[in-house]
Write a protein that binds this ligand. Structure first.
Ligand code: ZN
Ligand code: ZN
Length: 357
């Protein structure tokens, strides 16, 4: 079943006549076509892709399953014509993506249509369950990310700055085929490693922990990995912190399976960190979904809904961390899937025993 067919089945089961999709990533998800400034109009039985003259030739050549339409007037006027022709009355919009300005434009043009929230929610739920083809794309993005880590290790030295580490990782991934980076690369050392989302600076790598959180984007799909190494030597407390994070991650990886609650998944790791006395130093959730978006559902979090459980096709990160304010921090992150054979598939192959450089 194509992504479009899955979405059309969800629409057929809803109260709506169809959906207007405006975000680049959801349009790409359903059509397989990567472009900006357009709409998809999808009903349970029809699918239209509106693209302007910059994209129309490529769209006509590449897109299947959609009628590709070049607007004769503006994009908004064209979608109005298509909606009016079909007498569609109730349409879902992407409540999490559509800007207020664009919503205003659409509402003004479609005054006799009821535009309702709901498309984001339907697509968030659909994107959470990756197809085997999507799992393969994510695996390839992680292969590049692992290769970048292997590339950076022998280059690391106290003469290198955090920014140089980040750039080298990014350059390697781009040179080896990445579309780009999945998110802004993090490379933070010394006291800055205590900031889970610190920004790489121009200062040379400081002694102590160096946390690198990065990922390639390939064929639109993201990867996400964190490795923490030590510049210089680790003292006993640093070793204890690192090994606690490693044990917490191992406990979560051991326990993750189909049917496990997202809250329980988080608790598997959190318990180990709490029992080691660092409960207050793990301020973020254990992991998040990854796909076309770097952060998507499901979330492995103490605040996850009771009903949220892992299912086949979910891709999540497992990234416990301990952050000691003003001193240092450490995080280890792998990206895994609940595979279709029911087993846990770990995409991440980079080593994670404590490394002193
Ligand atoms: Zn990450
Ligand atoms: Zn992450």
């Amino acid at each position: 079943m194509t992504q479009l067919a899955r979405f059309q089945a969800a629409l057929a089961a809803s109260e709506a006549d169809g959906a207007i999709l405006s975000s680049d990533l959801n349009r790409r998800y359903l059509s397989g076509f990567d472009y900006t400034d357009g709409y998809l109009l999808v009903t349970p039985t029809e699918a239209l892709l509106l693209a302007d003259f910059r994209y129309i030739e490529a769209a006509r050549a590449q897109v299947t399953g959609f009628d590709v339409i070049l607007p004769t007037a503006t994009m908004t006027e064209e979608i109005k014509i298509q909606i009016t022709n079909r007498r569609l009355r109730r349409l879902l919009i992407e409540e999490a993506e559509l800007s207020y300005a664009e919503f205003g434009r659409l509402s003004a043009a479609l005054s006799d249509v009821s535009l309702c929230a709901g498309a984001s929610d339907l697509l968030n739920k659909q994107r959470m369950v990756k197809t085997p083809e999507e799992l393969e794309k994510i695996a390839k993005a992680q292969v590049l990310t692992d290769a970048a880590f292997a590339h950076i290790l022998p280059l690391l030295s106290p003469r290198m700055t955090e920014r140089e580490v980040a750039l080298e990782l990014e350059f390697f991934m781009r040179r080896n085929g990445a579309d780009g980076v999945a998110f802004d690369t993090i490379a933070v050392s010394g006291a800055a490693s205590a900031l889970p989302h610190g920004v790489p600076s121009d200062t040379p790598l400081r002694q102590g922990f160096l946390t690198m959180d990065f990922g390639a984007k390939l064929d639109g799909y993201c990867s996400d990995m964190t490795r923490t190494v030590v510049i210089g030597k680790a003292d006993e407390e640093m070793k204890r912190v690192y090994n606690t994070v490693l044990a917490a991650q191992a406990a979560a990886l051991d326990g993750l399976r189909e049917g496990l609650g997202c809250r329980e998944a988080d608790a598997l790791a959190r318990r180990i960190i709490r029992e080691a006395g660092f409960g207050a130093c793990f301020g973020h959730s254990l992991g998040h979904g990854v796909g076309l978006y770097i952060h998507e559902a499901p979330n492995l979090s103490p605040r996850a809904a009771e009903s949220a459980v892992l299912t086949k096709g979910n891709v999540v990160t497992v990234e416990p961390g301990i952050y000691l304010e003003g001193q240092y921090g450490c995080r280890i992150e792998d990206m895994v899937a609940i595979d279709y054979d029911g087993c846990l598939l770990n995409f991440t192959h980079s080593p994670k025993e404590l490394m002193e450089i």
